[in-house]
Ligand binder design. Structure first.
Ligand SMILES: Cc1cc2nc3c(=O)[nH]c(=O)nc-3n(C[C@H](O)[C@H](O)[C@H](O)COP(=O)(O)O)c2cc1C
Length: 321
């Protein structure tokens, strides 16, 4: 089990936000699965994303359990997720958390996202927010997670929401980084959000967890490297897409370890020492989940294996099969 902010994740295994956590049926199956400790929705927005089946898709590699996808965000808007989650939670006494992955490109929209989620949290406090900063497939909008200083106005909206209600658990979904300065930059921005707790003098972070990592953008697979799709030239119609699964695993492990070490190195009065890492990327076996924990993850997440196996993926990761 793991505690992230005010959420208890039991067991410490989750789906990561993906195309297979998109609709009511998928969310219900994830919620009912005894091997998930929380359910994370596909990334949603206030108005929904214009999905088009010609452009937005996923392909599974032939030679490893890896995927390349060209999806943007969910076509279903935030209000739809709130309705679905409300309907699931109102028929159960389970306290399994739902984490709503959401994104916004300006502070006003982020404020509305938070306000709408807070309305449902009054009834169901086991709902958290994951701010996705890292989708590589949005035309004309590079992942903001690669320029963390520019995220500050949006992060300040989240920090204010947490200051007003510290029971709100907030996570950040980050892109895969490739050199030390990038990790240092994220830590610098997170440090700047911490506030001193009145009385105790201890700093606290509004961001309770980092979800590392999202897919590796700008990746290419040809059609003969993936299952099906023989007539096409490329694995996905956009040619370039986000790489995930086993091909991403070493980089994801490196990201988890880098953040884990950086957070541990924070001084004892730093608010960042309690920030939890959800390790995601190429977790396709129980051994890979264990490697994530060894690298510093307190919770482990999976998308590609879940896409292949359905909720049985979490039984596999728990070591059951
Ligand atoms: C088909 C597909 C759709 C995805 N959609 C999202 C999304 O909406 N939001 C998000 O934060 N990550 C999304 N991801 C990224 C996953 O959450 C995860 O970070 C990445 O796939 C690495 O994990 P994996 O190796 O277990 O697949 C998606 C991944 C896949 C394969």
């Amino acid at each position: 089990m793991a505690r992230i902010g005010t959420l208890d994740i039991v067991p410490a295994l989750v789906n990561s936000s993906c195309a297979w956590s998109s609709n009511l049926e998928q969310l219900t199956a994830l919620f009912d699965c005894p091997h998930t400790g929380a359910v994370i929705t596909r990334t949603t927005t206030l108005n929904g994303f214009a999905e088009d089946s010609e452009t937005h898709t996923v392909a599974f590699a032939s030679e490893s359990l890896s995927t390349l996808n060209s999806y943007g965000y969910s076509p279903h808007k935030l209000s739809q997720y709130l309705e679905w989650i409300g309907s699931i939670l109102s028929t159960t006494s389970s306290k399994k958390p739902f984490i709503i992955s959401a994104t916004a490109s300006d502070p006003e929209s982020m404020q509305r996202v938070v306000s709408e989620i807070q309305v449902l949290r009054k009834k169901f406090p086991q709902i958290g927010i994951e701010f996705n900063t890292s989708c590589p497939n949005i035309q004309g909008s590079p992942p903001a997670g690669y320029t963390p200083r520019e995220l500050r106005p949006l992060l300040l909206v989240l920090a204010d929401a947490w200051a007003a209600d510290p029971t709100l658990t907030i996570g950040l979904k980050l892109p895969p980084y490739v050199h030390a300065a990038e990790f240092a930059e994220v830590i610098h921005v997170l440090r700047g959000l911490c506030t001193l707790e009145p009385g105790s003098g201890v700093a606290r972070s509004p961001i309770a967890y980092l979800a590392c990592t999202n897919t590796l953008g700008n990746s290419l697979l040809f059609a003969d490297q993936v299952q099906g799709n023989a007539a096409a030239e490329f694995a996905v119609p956009t040619a370039l897409g986000g790489l995930a699964g086993e091909s991403l695993h070493p980089l994801a492990l490196g990201n988890v370890r880098s953040f884990s070490e950086a957070l541990k190195a924070e001084g004892s009065s730093s608010g960042l020492r309690d920030v939890v890492i959800i390790g995601i990327g190429g977790v396709t076996t129980a051994a890979a989940a264990e490697r994530m924990r060894k690298a510093g993850a307190k919770v482990v997440g999976s998308a590609t294996l879940f896409g292949k196996e359905g909720v049985r993926a979490f039984e596999i990761l728990a070591g059951g099969k």
